[in-house]
Design a protein around this ligand. Sequence first.
Ligand code: SAH
Ligand code: MG
Length: 216
Amino acid sequence: MSKLNVLSPYEQFLRDTFHADDPGLQRLQAEAGQEGLPAISIGPEQGKFLQVLIQTSGATKVLEIGCLGGYSGAWMARALPAGGKLIGLELEEKHAAFTRRQWAALGLADRAEVRVGPALDSLPSLADEAPFDLIFIDADKNNYPAYLEWALRYSKSGTIILGDNVSMGGRLADPDRQGNPGIQGMRRFAEAMAADPRLVSTVVPYADGIAMGVVK
Ligand code: SAH
Ligand code: MG
């Protein structure tokens, strides 16, 4: 999570009371910083939100696109029931190796697996493992529209599709930034999430904003 994120006293109360990282997640984040991974993971509020979604939907098969150091994946994998499975797709070998180590250290290796490579190369090979119950998109923003197409292909009625960072750090609707490929990708993703007749969608304004759609 961004170190620039300054919490109000109320937000700090909520974090301490509902959303605190336990020592395992604290260690993951500390080691990610020591190894030079960028501080761009979700925050604990969103981690807990993902857990609530997994529990309320009874999800057993989760797909994550963009793992970084495994922080969001650890939150999600912990919410899975016995026999549940999370598959994470990650471009960078260094990030994937770190994630694998952390998930093993947290006792999640039996239910969480990371596959290395550009997600658009890995996605076609997941057909046998679909449909997924929850799909969390959090990788390169210019490819979000394509990830949404794959997510819909790998969904069934009730599947929850999420896309992180809708606000793009507050720049999504900045008239001076509309030439940026990441902003363009996120806008097209948001518009598709909102308009696709297969989805009922909203944006949950946690942190940088998470688009959330449920497949009808
Ligand atoms: N979900 C993580 C944060 C992910 S940050 C968390 O909240 O803890 C975005 C990640 O997407 C980075 O690790 C980056 O290497 C990865 N990424 C970027 N482009 C990608 C691509 N084409 N395919 C798969 N992963 C990609
Ligand atoms: Mg993100």
